[in-house]
Design a protein around this ligand. Structure first.
Ligand code: GDP
Ligand code: ZN
Length: 303
């Protein structure tokens, strides 16, 4: 045991209290969190020590940003991943895009203060006409400055731009089941499989590694992705109406200008947001999505 404090390590795998850290030197070590209250999650930067018996103990967690959470009806608030900088929302022609779900993810990203981008996968299946139609449907998003990437996990087309877009940061892939998130992770992380084996050995049991949350390094230090079934199924949580409406970028310039300061922009008079929808400055479909989701999100039980 040494008295010199170790440099913070990064949590690269977490499954409940089973944790694997990567030290500043690049070593992978199994570690335990000190005390039950310390909820360590994949992506965390942690301060750690090696005890006399050789076990590695996480003493504290460095301040976090981009903390993804899930609200479990039974278990309450569950942490999914920490220090996430980018939310990549994956879409495809098949299954047909659920734009309402996309809007939910974008609100979540705005609320977390992290950047979001759209990834349209399976381009190998698109003919020119379909692509033109999709481009038109997604125009409101590109006009709001959400980047849009076209990829094919099958042909590896468009994978390099995603690496570049992460720009050394940490991303997660979310979206409907079947759009190709797992396939994209495989394409983004070429050494995915060998590393998986290393991790299951290092994590001990190997049993839980398919459900554990893991951080993968992308080639050439271009960034990291965090992935797990839980992260992929990440859904918006209950939040106050004010926070929710702020998640619609195009509303922001009008917020605070309504006649009523608690205006929900649904049916209230003298509402500049409704005016903007009426004369086409705000996209009608995005607004309809807002109205539908507002009720769901603000009425969901908050834990
Ligand atoms: P996930 O549920 O979002 O993780 O989706 P998967 O990665 O499991 O992919 C769902 C299905 O789509 C699988 O059968 C994949 O082989 C297929 N798929 C994924 N990416 C592509 C792609 O770029 N092109 C084509 N043609 N199929 C793809
Ligand atoms: Zn209003």
């Amino acid at each position: 045991m040494t008295n010199t404090p170790n440099s913070p390590a990064t949590v690269v795998i977490s499954y409940g209290r089973q944790i694997l850290i990567e030290t500043a030197e690049g070593d992978l070590l199994r570690a335990l969190a000190r005390g039950r209250k310390l909820q360590v999650v994949c992506g965390d930067r942690v301060n750690w020590q090696t005890q006399k018996d050789g076990t590695h103990v996480i003493e504290s967690i460095e301040p976090r940003h981009g903390l993804l959470m899930r609200h479990d009806v039974r278990l309450g608030k569950r942490l999914l991943a920490a220090n996430v900088d980018r939310l990549l929302v994956v879409l495809a022609a098949e299954p047909a895009p659920d734009l309402s779900l996309l809007d939910c993810y974008l609100v979540a990203a705005e609320s977390l203060g992290i950047e979001a981008a759209l990834v349209f996968n399976k381009v190998d299946l698109l003919d020119g006409q379909t692509r033109t139609r999709i481009e038109a449907n997604l125009k409101p998003y590109t006009e709001l400055n959400y980047p849009l990437y076209w990829t094919s996990a099958s042909s590896k087309a468009g994978i390099a731009p995603i690496n570049a877009a992460l720009g050394g940061h940490c991303g997660v892939l979310v979206g409907q089941s079947g759009v190709g998130k797992s396939s994209l992770i495989n394409a983004l992380v070429p050494d995915h499989a060998p590393r998986t084996q290393t991790l299951s050995v290092a994590a001990g049991t190997g049993r839980h590694t398919t459900t554990a949350t893991r951080l993968y390094h992308l080639p050439d230090h271009s960034g990291q992705v965090i992935d797990s079934p839980g992260v992929r199924d990440f859904r918006i949580w209950a939040m106050p109406a004010q926070e929710f409406m702020h998640g619609f970028r195009e509303f922001r310039e009008y917020l605070g200008l309504c006649k009523f300061n608690n205006c929900l922009h649904i049916s209230e008079p003298e509402c500049p947001i409704r005016d903007a929808v009426a004369d086409g400055r705000i996209d009608q479909r995005r607004y309809d999505s807002y109205c539908r989701l507002l009720e769901q999100v603000t009425q969901a039980p908050s834990h």
